[in-house]
Design a protein around this ligand. Structure first.
Ligand code: GTP
Ligand code: MG
Length: 470
């Protein structure tokens, strides 16, 4: 026996077979489609964690001619003990690869030892063809479980449950689009019980999944802390080149802030294996027409004016200080971002960052200036709220869920102390008083914050799982 379990996923077209495979093996490349017949050929997918295959699933187009196959099987009478042999005889018949290609494809791995996951949305009326499928699967004698995928929860035919109970060892409800880790683990635990030989391997898989979540909290907290610090202290050097460029420096600067957020979000999606779910360069997420630098929406993520005054006062932040671009006298940022600062050139950043990279080939005048960093007190809160929200959304995104992830604001429940703390960190960064200890504190704060929201959501899920599992 293989060291890891292998299941063959069968059922009628469009019942969500590929969606379930995609979610269980965390593979966003598997084709899922509204039209029937999206999966044309059986294909095997492995779930690999830490370079080890822990589970394999074969996605199939399902049965096409179940009643004819059952008729063939019944042509000669056999005892129950002879039924698996009879299925093997069906596979051995040379003409069947042509006549029943789909049935041969799905029964072959099953007869080689794979378990069966039979998927139905339990919405359509039960037909003779459905019953024939279940009967054939029963004849194989292989471990088998039925999964009801409630694509339309309002139209569930109770006859399905009664019938499935007769043909399968387990019947479980599982929605691949919304399944989070506890729900997946509960399903995997049921799969582990189907055959003693698989129990250990699936328990190991579940263990690895839980460990990986813990590691991800550590890793993403470090990344998020680094990203936040970059955004808060970001500056753009203004050079003589800016006077001939079509884009004014303040606009360039805003673009950089937006791009940096996009880059961070896409990096998270890649780490979670969602990156190539869409073809082309289509975004996997949308900010509801509200990128980071749409300052009109900051109040949705951060604080209202009155709260801001109180909090920023307590944190000792400058609110809305405006330093204009010298001669033009134009305010640097529109609306709420009135606190952008152009720093003088004497800072160490000027000498370090400016000449070599972007503008190194141009002669530079002695007067170098900067746009940024943004000192508006809502900015640190907005950057953090959006990044934390996005991280949580990615965390719970199933690999079968291919719609764009939207970044709607959610009221942050930070305490006043947390808000003040964030602003104080921002101030330390901008005043270049940032120390290692701040970095550690910030990372720990992010870790705690993620931990709290993730465990709250997971506990909710766990409660639902218990309800499903009698
Ligand atoms: N709302 C909702 N839609 C789902 C769910 N599962 C699958 N779908 C949709 O149902 C359709 C079929 O999904 P697939 O996973 O491709 O189904 P399949 O059984 O592999 O289909 P074939 O490959 O054509 O046999 C797609 O439009 C999915 O978006 C679900 O749990 N909820
Ligand atoms: Mg499919």
């Amino acid at each position: 026996m293989k060291p890891y379990p292998h299941f063959c996923v069968v059922g009628h077209p469009n019942q969500g077979k590929s969606s379930i495979v995609s979610t269980l093996v965390e593979n966003a490349h598997i084709r899922i489609g509204v039209e029937s017949g999206t999966t044309q050929k059986a294909e095997r997918f492995e779930f690999i964690i830490q370079n080890q295959v822990l589970l394999a699933l074969t996605d199939t187009p399902g049965f096409q001619r179940a009643r004819q196959v059952l008729a063939w099987l019944n042509e000669i009478p056999v005892t129950p003990a002879q039924r698996p042999e009879r299925i093997q005889a069906f596979l051995n018949e040379p003409s069947h690869a042509q006549r029943f290609p789909d049935e041969v494809e799905l029964l072959t791995p099953i007869m080689q030892g794979a378990g069966i996951l039979y998927i139905t949305d339990a919405a359509s009326d039960l037909t003779a063809a459905d019953e024939a499928e279940m009967e054939i699967l029963r004849w194989t004698g292989q471990p088998r479980m039925a999964i009801i995928n409630p694509i339309d929860p309002d139209h569930q035919d109770p006859n399905w449950q009664v019938t499935l109970n007769q043909f399968f060892q387990w019947v479980r409800v599982f929605n691949p689009m919304t399944a989070t880790l506890p729900t997946r683990i509960a399903l995997l635990n049921a799969m582990a019980e189907l055959s003693q030989g698989w129990t250990q391997a699936i328990k190991l898989l579940n263990q690895r999944l839980i460990e990986r979540d813990q590691e991800r909290i550590e890793q993403v907290s470090l990344q998020l802390a680094e990203y936040w610090c970059e955004q808060i202290s970001r500056r753009l050097a203004i050079t003589p080149l800016n006077s001939v460029l079509p884009t004014p420096p303040e606009e360039l600067f805003q673009q950089q802030l937006d791009q940096s957020e996009t880059h961070f979000f896409e990096q998270l999606l890649t780490q979670w294996g969602h990156a190539q779910a869409h073809t082309e360069k289509e975004r996997l997420w949308q900010a509801q027409d509200s990128p980071l630098m749409n300052t009109e929406h900051w109040y949705l993520w951060g604080l209202k004016q009155k709260e801001l005054l109180m909090i920023s006062g307590a944190a000792g932040m400058a609110t809305g200080a405006v330093i204009d671009l010298g001669s033009g006298g134009t305010s640097l940022m529109l609306g709420a971002v009135s606190g952008a600062i152009i720093g003088a050139s004497s800072g160490w950043l000027a000498s370090q960052h400016l000449p070599k990279k972007v503008f190194g080939w141009l002669p530079l005048s002695k007067e170098k200036h900067f746009v940024g960093p943004i000192t508006h007190p809502n900015f640190p809160l907005v950057v953090m709220a959006r990044a934390l929200t996005f991280t949580q959304r990615v965390w719970f995104k199933s690999h079968a869920e291919r719609r764009q992830l939207d970044l709607k604001s959610q009221a942050s429940d930070w305490s006043k102390a947390d808000q003040i703390q964030l602003l104080q960190w921002a101030k330390a960064l901008q005043k270049q008083q940032w120390k290692d200890k701040h970095q550690h504190q910030l990372t720990q704060w992010i870790k705690d914050s993620l931990h709290e929201t993730l465990t709250a959501k997971l506990a909710q899920e766990q409660a639902k799982v218990w309800k499903l599992d009698p």
